[in-house]
Ligand binder design. Structure first.
Ligand code: KIV
Length: 266
């Protein structure tokens, strides 16, 4: 296990919360890294928030790979994890190792994240055997949301909750160094966190998880439209940007930009 991953795993025994956020480009990743975030996830939420696609299922390896490289180039301290997109693991997982190695060996990411599906533990074992560290993801798994009744809270009924506990345990037993739990009742987040030896990272899974993750664009107020209930907006960056862009447009139209201080003379 690399020292960076060991450091994340040890945080659970030290009861130190793990801070994770998504990033998709060089500039944003550099800010997150300078701010002391523990884990930066190149999430396949890239599909929704950056590429304007309807579902995460639609993003392919080429896009994930190029954004992973951009984030890697910026990050000096945090652990860089990248999502295995739907096409890299499903419906046929035979090439999952090939794609995962592109992320770690060519793009230089520290680990990959895999959303739960039936063959997930086997895929995790094969990646680990080849030296690729893996983070798991249970609860609401957006890549297969249609099989879960859509994008909604998972594990409300006791039998559903039990299924999610078993999935999380199967991923930890297969060797995942950490498991993301998305959109489940707080009690279920607590139960999984108590039962796993590896850290859990919650997104809409309550305060008892060992760490928290949010989609960067949601927490910065950059996402247009409605954000999920579990999002807390820490800024309204889209308002700031609109004000700045409108000021620029006004000054260009009125001939006020550029002025002397932005001009060259021979
Ligand atoms: O793609 C993503 O942003 C994620 C987080 C929601 C955990 O998987």
């Amino acid at each position: 296990m690399s020292p960076l991953i060991q450091n994340i795993v040890l945080k659970k025994s030290k009861a130190e919360k793990i801070v994770m956020l998504t990033a998709y480009d060089y500039a944003m990743a550099a800010i997150l890294d300078r701010s002391g975030v523990d884990i930066i996830l190149v999430g396949d939420s890239l599909a929704n928030v950056v590429l304007g696609l309807a579902t995460t299922k639609e993003v392919g390896m080429d896009a994930m790979f190029s954004h992973a490289r951009a984030v890697r180039a910026a990050v000096k301290n945090a652990l860089v994890v990248v999502d295995m997109p739907f096409v890299s693991v499903q419906p046929d997982s035979s090439r999952a190792l090939f794609h995962a190695k592109r992320f770690t060996e060519e793009a230089g990411c520290d680990a990959v994240k895999v959303e739960w599906f039936d063959k997930c533990p086997d895929v995790v074992r094969s990646l680990l055997a080849a030296g690729v560290p893996v983070m798991g993801h249970v609860g609401l798994t957006p890549q297969t949301a249609e099989k879960l009744g859509g994008v909604k809270v998972q594990g409300k009924a006791p039998d559903e909750a039990q299924k999610i506990i078993e999935q999380a345990k199967a991923l930890a037993d297969a060797g995942c160094f950490s498991v993301v739990i998305e959109c489940v009742p707080e009690d279920l987040g607590r139960k999984i966190t108590q039962e796993l030896k590896v850290p859990t990272i919650g997104i809409g899974a309550g305060k008892h998880c060992d760490g928290q993750v949010l989609v960067l664009y949601d927490m910065l107020g950059l996402t247009s439209g409605k954000v999920p209930k579990f999002v807390k907006k820490y800024a309204e960056v889209s308002t700031l940007m609109t004000t700045a862009v409108q000021a620029y447009a006004r000054e260009v139209r009125q001939g006020q930009f550029p002025d002397e201080s932005q001009s060259f003379h021979s």
